[in-house]
Each structure stands twice: as C-alpha cells, then as structure tokens.
Design a binder for this molecule. Structure first.
Ligand SMILES: NC(=O)c1ccc[n+]([C@@H]2O[C@H](COP(=O)([O-])OP(=O)(O)OC[C@H]3O[C@@H](n4cnc5c(N)ncnc54)[C@H](OP(=O)(O)O)[C@@H]3O)[C@@H](O)[C@H]2O)c1
Length: 290
C-alpha cells in the first residue's frame, strides 16, 4: 500500500519505519515543523514537507499521528485542501478518540478508522523495538477495517476490535493499568523510603515480587491471584500499617485506604473473607459496608 504519514513524532516515525520494513511504500512524511518532518523522513529515506496535504492525495492510507488535540483540525485542513481521494483509508492512532473525529475525511468520501497501538512509545526507537507482538485496537468504517486488519498483521501485531462508542473507557482502562501502575510503584517506593530503605535498593528488591504477582495474575486472573493481609482477613496488620503511616507520612493514607477498600471487594469475590472480617476491615479502612 502507499502510505502517507502526518505528524512526525514518536508513533509517526516508528510506523513509517515499520510499515516500510513490512514492504509498504511511504509516499512522504509531513509535520508541523520542518525539523521533525526531516528527521523522520531521513529515517525512512522518503520525502518530507510541512504541508499536511502534500503526500495524502496519492496514498491508499493516511496516518494522522499528531497529538490527540490536533487530529481533527489537521484532518479538516487536509480535507479543505482536497487532499483525500475517495476510498482512501484515513487512520489516527489515538486511544481515547474514535474514528468519529475524522468526520471531514468521511465527508470527502474517505474511510476513517482508529488504529491504536496498545504499547508505549517513549521514543521512536523504543516503538520500533517493542511494537511487534503488541495488540492494535481498531474500529471505524466497515470498508476501512479489512485494510486496518491487514496492516496489523503486516506489523506482526495482534488484533483487538472495539465498538466505536467504547473508545474513551477502553483508553481509561489502558491508562489505569499502564500510567497508574507507574504512579502506584512510585508511591510504594516513597513508603519504602519512609521505612528507611533507599529507593535504589527498594526497586530491585521489589522487582521479583512484582514479576511474581504479574505471572500469577496472568495465570489465574486478579481475583485468585490476590494475597496479603486483606485477602487473609488480618485486620490487625492493616491497622499496624495505618498507625505507622499516620506517624511518618500521613499523606500516603488516603490512597492506601481507597485501594484497601477496593481490595476488600476483591477478597470477598475470592471467597477468603467472611462477613465479620469484611466489616472489620471496612471499618478500619473507612469504607462503607454494602
Ligand atoms: N506515545 C505513545 O506511547 C502512544 C501510544 C499509542 C498511541 N499514541 C497516539 O499517537 C499519536 C501521536 O503520539 P506521539 O506520542 O507520537 O506524539 P508526539 O511524539 O508528540 O508527536 C506528534 C507529532 O505531531 C506533530 N504535530 C503537532 N501538531 C501538528 C499539526 N498541527 N500538524 C502536523 N503535525 C503536527 C508534532 O509536531 P512537530 O512537527 O512540531 O514536532 C510531532 O512531531 C497521539 O494520538 C497519541 O495519543 C501515542
């Protein structure tokens, strides 16, 4: 396929290189700044421009890989310039937005689709290294979907299809498990530091625990993988945690309580927590008994 890229950042550059490696022809890379466009185009050995509509007309697929906030306006700009041929597949790579934000492309007769790599691109090289084997989530115009499925396969990725209306919640879920996990880990390191364990010692010490937990979750699911004092109904241990945190770092308590209450629900679902233990734990954690 002939593919044009608009937005020469981490995802745009990685897709240009990977799609080219897969045998597709990149017609050109456009970006807002000359510098980014040139840098990405040199990686792929293709032409570059700052006009978003420069390479789109002759493409079978146009990727809009700008930040989320610019996707609709860049799409409008290309449509206004007559840059979409009828039946061209126009894809964006946002997780939160659906293909609906490519309305101006649809009005021009093109076929919008969202094509979200469920992978983190800290930079273009990391994306190039990590994308194979990842899932790519797609939804959109029925005639764009076979093309998107083919591109997923060509990138050696796996396919996840989602209803158009599900995109914001799907992306919220991805942010919870990816970004909030990172925040949670940092929170644990801060509590460790308060206990007198240096951050640089704590992280490698926690790594096998994190890996073991992840393996268990993948094997038996989160409910059965749950262990720890809440799962066992050890209310006294939870009280000890809260007392220690009150003295040293009271700011850590709200998150501990909130996640503790959610963990009580998980333990109840696992079946290891009786009704009296559940009541006692919720009382300690400041939760509401349902
Ligand atoms: N990074 C990730 O981990 C990740 C993962 C999955 C999906 N995504 C999605 O992929 C998309 C791109 O993300 P990214 O991380 O690659 O962003 P990024 O690195 O910030 O790159 C965005 C690129 O678009 C260019 N751009 C900005 N406004 C533009 C405009 N009006 N016209 C043309 N180009 C414009 C930027 O500007 P300059 O030309 O000025 O440099 C930059 O080169 C987003 O929708 C994001 O949600 C990202």
């Amino acid at each position: 396929m002939r593919i044009a890229i608009v937005g020469a950042g981490n995802v745009g550059t990685a897709l240009a290189v990977l799609l080219q490696n897969a045998g597709h022809k990149i017609t050109g890379i456009a970006s807002r700044s000359e510098k980014s466009a040139l840098l990405a185009a040199e990686r792929a050995g293709v032409p570059h421009d700052t006009d978003p509509a420069r390479f789109t007309k002759e493409a079978d697929v146009v990727f809009l890989t700008t930040p989320d906030r610019a996707i609709a306006s860049v799409c409008d700009q290309i449509a206004y310039a007559g840059g979409f041929s009828p039946e061209t597949v126009v894809a964006h790579t946002s997780g939160a937005h659906s293909s609906d934000i490519l309305r101006s492309a649809a009005l021009a007769g093109a076929r919008p689709v969202s094509f979200h790599p469920l992978q983190t691109f800290a930079n273009a090289d990391a994306g190039i290294r990590n994308l194979a084997g990842s899932f790519i989530t797609i939804e959109g115009h029925p005639e764009a979907l076979p093309v998107a499925r083919q591109l997923v396969a060509d990138l050696n990725c796996r396919l996840l299809e989602i209803p158009t209306g599900g995109k914001p919640l799907y992306h919220a879920a991805a942010c919870i498990v990816c970004n909030y996990f990172t925040t949670l880990l940092d929170y644990g390191l801060k509590v460790m530091e308060s206990a007198g364990v240096a951050r640089e010692d704590a992280l490698p010490a926690l790594a096998p625990l994190i890996e073991g937990t992840f393996k268990n979750i993948m094997r038996v699911g989160p409910i059965q993988a749950l262990t720890g004092p809440i799962s066992r109904g050890d209310a006294g241990t939870v009280e000890t945690h809260l007392e220690a945190m009150t003295k040293i770092m009271p700011e850590a308590i709200p998150l501990y309580r909130h996640l503790g209450q959610a963990t009580v629900k998980l333990a109840k679902a696992k079946g290891t927590l009786g009704e009296p233990e559940k009541r006692e734990l919720l009382k300690i954690l400041g939760g509401v008994h349902e």
